[in-house]
Design a protein around this ligand. Structure first.
Ligand SMILES: NC(=O)c1ccc[n+]([C@@H]2O[C@H](COP(=O)([O-])OP(=O)(O)OC[C@H]3O[C@@H](n4cnc5c(N)ncnc54)[C@H](OP(=O)(O)O)[C@@H]3O)[C@@H](O)[C@H]2O)c1
Length: 263
């Protein structure tokens, strides 16, 4: 219910003259398979998946594209003309495009990167950073086993760090990414002391409701450059639309302002 996608994507439909709508559907985890199987008979072109469905959907769709398979999470499902389901992941694309839009000179290999969280969003972020050359990735997660599992996923060296050591993990980092749901509307703020983080480090949050999470506000106050998570949502919609309707919308200032106005 926090999602801005229904408003954003319904607006895009109007802009592109499509007769359609984008609806939020609250699906319990145990109902994900029948819900996805219901898309074709109900006439849906596809759907996006959000917390906590991204990993579970891998075992449900008929075909998974290589990027989603590698990431281990699906963010977008396409209903093909024969009614079968194709799963892909646009979060990695959205994450990188958002950073580059705000920081055109950004490089993933500028120094150590700390990722907080090890869920579906974290997997996409870790994969995209590894793909773009990050060579020292520290994964901090409340459940250490999940951080360890993620750290072994890709060919890039990644270190799993216990939750109790999260504050010290920020030493010397060039980038900090929150991928947990902490800081989101209705959740407690991320419990992370930024003292050890260099003030030059780029801080970004994939949570976008609120637009400025407590983490981003704290980082901004101490002088760190920050990028909010809204652009990730906007940019991931582009390949999703291409897959559903053959149209690739632009992420314009007007589009961002439209969503921003809802916060
Ligand atoms: N901007 C965008 O386009 C975009 C894209 C994707 C996701 N997101 C947002 O990112 C967030 C995470 O989504 P997801 O799909 O990755 O979810 P997920 O797979 O369920 O993962 C949730 C993560 O948050 C951690 N967590 C939950 N409660 C916590 C707590 N009390 N203390 C510390 N860590 C906690 C979990 O740790 P454990 O492993 O210990 O449970 C896990 O690492 C959501 O807010 C989602 O809306 C935004």
């Amino acid at each position: 219910m926090h999602s801005r996608s229904p408003m954003l994507l319904t607006w895009l439909m109007t802009q592109h003259g499509l007769m359609g709508t984008y609806v939020p559907l609250a699906i319990k985890p145990e109902n994900l398979a029948p819900a996805l199987r219901g898309l074709a008979p109900l006439g849906f072109s596809g759907c996006n998946l959000t917390i906590p469905h991204k990993e579970r959907a891998l075992a449900i769709v008929d075909e998974v594209d290589p990027v989603a398979r590698r990431i281990g999470a699906i963010s977008c499902v396409v209903v093909r003309s024969d009614g079968s389901l194709w799963g892909t992941n646009n979060d990695a694309y959205g994450f990188v495009q958002n950073i580059l839009q705000h920081r055109p000179g950004w490089r993933a290999d500028a120094g150590p990167v700390v990722i907080v969280g090890a869920g579906g969003g974290a997997r996409a972020v870790a994969w995209s950073l590894a793909e773009r050359g990050a060579r020292d990735i520290r994964v901090v997660n409340r459940t250490l086993a999940r951080a360890k599992a993620l750290a072994q996923e890709f060919d890039t060296p990644m270190k799993a760090i216990a939750w109790d050591d999260r504050h010290r993990a920020l030493e010397g980092a060039a980038m900090l990414v929150n991928t947990t749901s902490q800081g989101m509307v209705g959740q407690t703020p991320l419990d992370l002391d930024l003292d050890a983080l260099p003030t030059s480090a780029l801080v970004t949050d994939i949570v976008y409701a609120p637009l400025e999470t407590p983490l981003l506000a704290a980082a901004r106050r101490r002088g760190n450059p920050t990028v909010d998570g809204l652009g990730m949502l906007l940019h991931q919609a582009r390949p999703a639309w291409k897959a559903w309707f053959g149209i690739e919308p632009e992420v314009t200032p007007e589009l961002r302002a439209l969503v921003e106005a809802t916060f």
